[in-house]
Design a protein around this ligand. Structure first.
Ligand code: EPU
Length: 358
């Protein structure tokens, strides 16, 4: 059923005031086909939306918002070392991670508790605690919206390489932006567990909690604990996770920073796939949270908005919804102020992580 003039405040974790021209839920490919036909007839763009955990919705969304609820988890094949599993786009990400561990399919442990759905994971190549989802993706199935003729829904597929994954980026945010609905993701997971503990805070947490052998559940639980300690629950404090990407700097930029700030944190950056040739020789990530904290924004409120007291990278909407309505332009204004303060002091450009829609 297609609804008109739908309030999207409960469909985005920043709880922004926003109204969509049209809204529907689809739980089958037939339903998706009908939704696409409707958008074509009305001549309005179709925008898929899951849990709305990484979006900044404009006050008016002149589009057909489609809540993709396709479900299903299916083992496709296996060999001695790996298992290939197709997971429908509408599955909840965290529940899928926990199920994969139960099935003894390994690789996704470090990505536990990331909000959102499976279909959103490849778009921004979700990552945490030394892992990126791209490493475990075999291919992505999707519908190319410009190629749907009448009700003929033929699915397209991109291999992981074709997805052009890089840090919080993929072809779905670049040349295919706005043109696709991801229907399922095929993961290639390990049958033998090997912990990925390159992230110092994770290693430390595990060593504190447990001596002896480390299994996948131990790692997932440690990740869940760290995330719960640092990252605010959007049900209590509306937010979209990391609001900016970390800065990717070259050797020269890093050296210049360390000259002025010898204690600045940085991590050497290993891209999943190719990175820009200019940065290929040596690239480093400089935590945007540190830059923002240095500029005095951590825990600070500006009106109804502020940066989280425990993680300076998380922008919070503190407004009491009954009294103050925060919209996208308030968020963009505040975040531009932060970015320009950081740029002025450090010379680095901060790039927003959540996508502004439409
Ligand atoms: N830091 C500060 N101040 C802070 C917080 C952090 O100076 O308030 C510095 C510290 O030096 C710390 C470093 O930043 O060591 C890294 O902080 P943290 O481990 O919290 O991770 P992050 O780089 O800020 C990234 C991801 C998160 C992911 C974590 C853990 C991005 C944009 N964000 O944040 O992803 O959970 O690493 O791996 O890459 C998300 O994308 O929504 C998200 C939460």
């Amino acid at each position: 059923m297609i609804e008109r003039n739908v309030d999207l405040q409960s469909h985005n974790t920043l709880r922004l005031t926003s109204t969509a021209n049209a809204y529907s839920r689809v739980d089958s490919l037939d339903g998706l086909s009908a939704a696409i036909t409707f958008s074509q007839q009305e001549n309005i763009p179709l925008i898929p939306l899951g849990e709305g955990s990484n979006v900044i919705l404009q006050p008016t969304v002149d589009a057909h918002i489609v809540d993709i609820q396709l479900r299903g988890i299916k083992k496709i094949k296996e060999d001695d070392e790996h298992v290939w599993v197709e997971v429908a786009a509408g599955e909840n990400w965290h529940q899928w991670v926990m199920q994969s561990i139960e099935e003894q399919w390994y690789g996704l442990e470090n990505l536990a508790l990331i909000p959102g759905r499976v279909g959103a994971a490849p778009i921004q190549n979700i990552g945490a605690y030394g892992c990126e989802v791209a490493t475990f993706i075999d291919c992505v199935n999707y519908i190319h919206l410009d190629k749907v003729i009448e009700t003929n829904l033929s699915q397209s597929v991109l291999t992981a390489e074709q997805c052009q994954f890089s840090y919080r980026n993929s072809i779905f945010k670049q040349s295919l932006a706005g043109l696709t609905v991801i229907t399922s993701v095929v993961f290639k997971l390990d049958k033998v567990f090997s912990p990925q503990l390159s992230y110092p805070a994770l290693k430390q947490k595990i060593n504190m909690d447990k001596a002896g052998t480390i299994d996948a559940t131990t790692v997932a639980n440690a990740v869940i604990n760290i995330r719960s300690e640092k990252l605010p629950n959007p049900d209590h404090l509306p937010n979209a996770g990391s609001f900016f990407k970390n800065v990717v700097a070259n050797q020269q930029q890093l050296d210049a920073l360390l000259q002025d700030y010898p204690d600045a944190p940085y991590f050497s950056y290993e891209a999943t796939q190719t990175i820009q040739s200019a940065a290929k020789t040596s690239a480093y990530k400089i935590p945007a949270a540190w830059l923002i904290e240095q500029c005095g924004f951590k825990g600070e409120r500006h009106g109804h908005l502020g940066m989280h007291e425990k993680q300076a990278l998380v922008l919070i909407n503190y407004s009491d919804q009954a009294q103050a309505k925060i919209n996208a332009s308030d968020i963009l204004k505040f975040s531009n102020h932060i970015a320009s303060t950081v740029q002025h002091r450090f010379g680095f450009n901060l790039h927003r992580e959540p996508q502004t829609l439409p």
